[in-house]
Design a protein around this ligand. Structure first.
Ligand code: ARG
Length: 462
């Protein structure tokens, strides 16, 4: 086993069980490119500030680039016995460069190094998640555009309430996802701060130039308190909570898809390629993907709880507990990316059963509000109109009919305001077309909604 880098103060080697318990290389190895990028910036700055010789700085940079290339190509593999990715890379560098390699860690601690690496890694991952969310919104807008005239029932309490269109329903999720994008922007802003130079906790006595490292790594600013710089993990928690909200939206959507696929609804059918069968029941076609998204949402909430609980009692500054941040936030990131990557093609290949949606909207007195509104528009106070319509609905239920088919005499018996034009007013299409207030389900309003969201995405430069 390689001697630990901190071996100087210790007279015996670590027990192998401690080494395994302590090691984070099995999960932090994924930050190798970020670790090397940070070290290149650090080594460059050390050379520029005269803290190490220029030539040594150059050798370090070249050596680090070589390690990056070898890890990328797979010709160098991670040592599972290394304590973490930071130690591993420094070890390889020292093996390759001798004494020069030993100069890299001047004016740096693993505490500020790891704080930097996670920020660099999460910055990249946030952008990747955003690009997937962006693709998902695009997919939803394409579906919405095709279904601007597809009438379906809108629900409250899962009871048919008022008619809407499938486009409008789908766009509700697009709006949620657009907010998720902006929440990720916010999370990005606060993780985009450079902590290197905080040292172990109390900065350093070397004449370092933190602003230069900041510039080399493209951060928007540096941290201004070294204790905070090494011990802040709010940015992980913030990202995880933005991911949790995003998962909550995907889960809600998944729940609706699961219902819509049922024989009871039959509003949509998923393509065979995105459904699964049963090992025993030959008739089954199961929406497993959406169920897994719903299930995995709980798992991401668990990651968020891990992070919050892990941080809540820690004294300043760094504590080893904080090594536990990685598996949680990595799991949240992997999960959300996997979910969206599968969700997009599942949505774009599903079949929408317009007829069934319309049939469901044509029953259930979904036009009762419109019937009351008809009377109001003829001058009746809304409460009176509401009462009369309620009586009409009760009458229809008794007679096993619907408002559209109730004879005019029955209407007139309750109010002489009713006339032949009531049938037009409560016609399903009229009910949707008339809901053209900003943000409403009428095709013209939904078209505006789609255009606005498109413009919003364009202004993000995506
Ligand atoms: N592997 C550690 C982590 O992930 C790196 C920092 C270790 N620092 C220390 N003083 N032990 O948090």
């Amino acid at each position: 086993m390689a001697k630990m880098m901190w071996a100087g103060r210790f007279s015996s080697e670590a027990d192998p069980r401690v080494n395994d318990f302590n090691s984070s290389i099995s999960f932090d190895a994924r930050m190798y490119a970020q670790d090397i990028r940070g070290s290149i910036a650090h080594a460059t700055m050390l050379g520029e500030c005269g803290i190490i010789e220029k030539t040594e700085s150059e050798k370090l940079v070249e050596g680090l680039k070589g390690i990056l290339a070898d890890l990328d190509s797979g010709s160098l593999s991670f040592d599972p016995n290394a304590e973490d990715i930071h130690m591993f890379i420094e070890q390889v560098l020292t093996e390759r460069l001798g004494d020069t390699g030993k100069r890299l860690h001047t004016a740096r601690s693993r505490n500020d190094q790891v704080a930097l690496d996670i920020r660099l890694y999460l910055r990249d991952q946030t952008k990747e998640i955003q690009s997937l969310v962006h693709d998902l919104i695009e997919t939803l807008m394409t579906i919405a555009q095709e279904h601007i005239y597809t009438v379906m029932p809108g629900y409250t309490h899962l009871q048919r309430a008022q008619p809407i269109t499938f486009a409008h329903h789908i766009m509700a999720y697009a709006q949620m996802l657009a907010r998720d994008l902006s929440r990720l922007d916010d999370a990005y802003k606060r993780m985009d701060i450079m902590p290197l130079g905080s040292g172990a906790l109390a900065s350093t006595t070397y004449p370092i130039d933190r602003k230069r490292v900041c510039e080399l790594l493209g951060f928007s600013d540096i941290t201004y308190n070294s204790l905070d710089g090494v011990s802040d993990r709010d940015f992980c928690i913030e990202l995880c909570s933005a991911i949790s909200l995003l998962m909550m939206h995907l889960s809600r959507f998944s729940e609706e898809i699961i219902m819509w696929c049922s024989w009871e609804f039959k509003f949509i059918e998923l393509s065979d390629a995105f459904s699964t069968g049963s090992s025993i029941m030959p008739q089954k076609k199961n929406p497993d993907i959406t169920e897994l998204i719903r299930g995995k949402t709980g798992r991401v909430y668990g990651d968020l709880m891990t992070l919050l609980s892990m941080m809540k009692g820690l004294p300043l500054a760094y504590n080893k507990d904080m090594q536990e941040d990685k598996e949680a936030i990595f799991d949240a990131i992997d999960t959300v990316k996997l979910c969206i990557t599968t969700f997009i093609p599942m949505l774009s290949t599903m079949t929408v059963n317009k007829e069934n949606m319309r049939r469901a909207a044509a029953k259930g007195f979904i036009n009762a509000t419109d019937c009351a509104d008809y009377l109001v528009k003829k001058g009746m106070p809304f409460r009176d109109a509401y009462k009369i319509t309620g009586t009409l609905v009760a009458l229809c239920i008794k007679k096993e009919t619907v408002l559209e088919e109730l004879p005019l005499e029955e209407y007139k018996r309750l109010s002489d305001v009713f006339d032949e034009d009531v049938y037009k007013a409560i016609d399903l299409d009229t009910c949707v077309m008339q809901r053209k207030a900003d943000g409403g389900p009428a095709p013209e309003a939904v078209a505006v909604q789609i255009e606005k969201l498109k413009a919003q995405l364009r202004s993000r430069g995506e």
